[in-house]
Design a protein around this ligand. Sequence first.
Ligand SMILES: Nc1ncnc2c1ncn2[C@@H]1O[C@H](COP(=O)(O)OP(=O)(O)O)[C@@H](O)[C@H]1O
Ligand SMILES: Nc1ncnc2c1ncn2[C@H]1C[C@H](O)[C@@H](COP(=O)(O)O)O1
Length: 204
Amino acid sequence: MHIAIVGNIGAGKTTLTGLLAKNYGWEALYEAVDNNPYLEDFYSDMKRWSFNLQIYFLNSRFQQLVDIEKSKRNVIQDRTIYEDAYIFAENLHEMSLMTTRDYHNYRAIFDNITSFIKPPDLLIYLRASVPTLVNNIQRRGREYEASIRIDYLSKLNEKYENWIQNYQLGRLLILDKDRLDFSNNVEDLSLVIQAVEAEINGLF
Ligand SMILES: Nc1ncnc2c1ncn2[C@@H]1O[C@H](COP(=O)(O)OP(=O)(O)O)[C@@H](O)[C@H]1O
Ligand SMILES: Nc1ncnc2c1ncn2[C@H]1C[C@H](O)[C@@H](COP(=O)(O)O)O1
């Protein structure tokens, strides 16, 4: 079984991935962040590094899907390949931070890759308002993320809402992060686990 957690920067995906992996004994697959050779440069000059970063994330996400396909274990994945293209790359192009020829080049690679991959059995969308995202990004304190602008997060949030409304590749569970404090409140965590369990039971 392949479960994926999706959501904007700072929504709490990594935290929830860890909690669910621990609770169910699933294998957790995290994003390539700390060892990412482009992320810090990207935040200091998005226009210069947007294409390089997207290619790096695309390849690392594809590698994860290859590993998931080979794995015999249940897997929980922190962010999907779809978000790279439908949320981040598209937004960078719209904000004129990626040229049209680079974007088309990127999308052609993405479209080829996605013709070979299977979507997750269950997608969990962590919805969070911009103030919650800002608060969590500040609390996490990665230096290079201090430059993230409110309008960047707002545009990403709009894209997430639009994508999720039209998502039809498999089962979908939406969790409202503004109302569920699953990392500090055991009752909220148990509500989340109940909701996930109901979805998993629906898969069989
Ligand atoms: N429910 C929560 N309550 C309080 N803080 C949280 C909660 N979920 C996440 N955080 C904090 O917010 C920050 C970002 O969370 P993280 O899981 O890294 O988000 P993401 O992976 O979506 O970017 C971290 O510092 C984390 O400890
Ligand atoms: N495809 C991406 N384009 C730009 N930035 C991205 C992409 N995927 C992840 N990121 C950034 C956003 C954060 O700064 C880090 C980690 O993501 P997070 O949502 O905090 O887990 O990478």
